[in-house]
Design a protein around this ligand. Structure first.
Ligand code: SF4
Length: 288
């Protein structure tokens, strides 16, 4: 089989994840162990690598039992309660909340303080970033994850909507359009609806690039962890423009039956997929 292989230059860790991983590695050079509140990145291969050098992933219940230690906050951010627990337990935080998420948290707090009505967040229910955003307004926000959950919104009241940073920009627009339609149907005024642009620019840019990349190749091998919501969104995008797109977690899942003689293969991944994993998959394909 003579495949031509290209790794998507734009794929790989985003700025926020690079920053968090670098801070963890820097700290682990000085000390043998470090706790991370939640997975620093939704990618098991990268987590295994970091675990081998001393990073231990804990949940909030475990953190409550710890004291006089150091805990890393990942790029997704945390609700204020986490900071209160750290203070009460004398825990030093290495706060790796992405600056983009920090700004979004602040915007939500300010909007909540200034406006009456509902804060609506379009995002994955239970996702760490979304929990952190909801925590900025003491839980007084409605989280919608698609058209099926729109009924949670009161369309007669003013609405301020924000998106989780890694959502699909097109899907966000569609959700906003559906809300506008329902406001009108409920006899409300569109003046009471504000859609904030809160999708991360790096993510939005990747959507446009990845669509072109997926169209350019006969087969797409997309690598990301199962837990990565950005991975799911980006893979769905590839699949929508290239039906021969395959989602894998590790290169050993690559199936030779996917390829024909002289196919061009594009290898890409999510904001949580390390470059070394994309390169490893390319090597694997070359040897096949
Ligand atoms: S996707 Fe954007 S907002 Fe989220 S961690 Fe990465 S750089 Fe930050």
């Amino acid at each position: 089989m003579r495949l031509s292989i290209e790794i998507d230059e734009e794929s790989g860790f985003c700025y926020g994840v690079i920053r968090a991983v670098e801070k963890a590695e820097f700290r682990l050079k000085e000390s043998a162990a470090l706790y991370s509140l939640g997975s620093i990145v939704h990618n098991n291969s990268e987590l295994d690598r970091l675990n081998k050098i001393g990073l231990e992933v804990i949940d909030i219940e475990r953190m409550k039992q710890l004291s006089d230690t150091t805990v890393l906050i990942r790029a997704h951010g945390e609700p204020p309660q986490t900071y209160y627990i750290a203070k009460a337990n004398n825990i030093t935080l290495i706060d790796c909340t992405c600056p983009v998420v920090l700004k979004l948290q602040a915007r939500i707090r300010e909007t909540y303080a200034k406006h009456n009505g509902q804060i609506v967040i379009f995002g994955k229910i239970g996702h760490a970033e979304v929990n952190g955003l909801v925590g900025q307004v003491n839980g007084d926000a409605v989280v919608v994850d698609g058209f099926g959950s729109l009924e949670k919104i009161d369309f007669t009241k003013p609405i301020q909507i924000f998106s989780q940073t890694t959502k699909d920009p097109k899907e966000y627009e569609e959700i906003c359009d559906a809300i506008r339609e329902r406001i009108v149907a409920a006899g409300g005024s569109l003046e009471n609806f504000t859609a904030h642009n809160s999708i991360c620019r790096q993510v939005a840019q990747r959507h446009a690039n990845l669509e072109a990349f997926a169209k350019r190749h006969s087969v797409i091998v997309f690598i990301s962890g199962k837990e990565s919501s950005n991975g799911k969104v980006l893979y769905d995008l590839c699949k929508s423009v290239n039906p021969r797109s395959y989602h894998i977690q590790t290169r050993s899942q690559i199936d030779p039956a996917w390829f024909n003689e002289e196919d061009s293969v594009g290898i890409c991944g999510a904001t949580s997929t390390p470059k070394w994993q994309l390169e490893g998959a390319a090597e694997y394909l070359k040897k096949m």
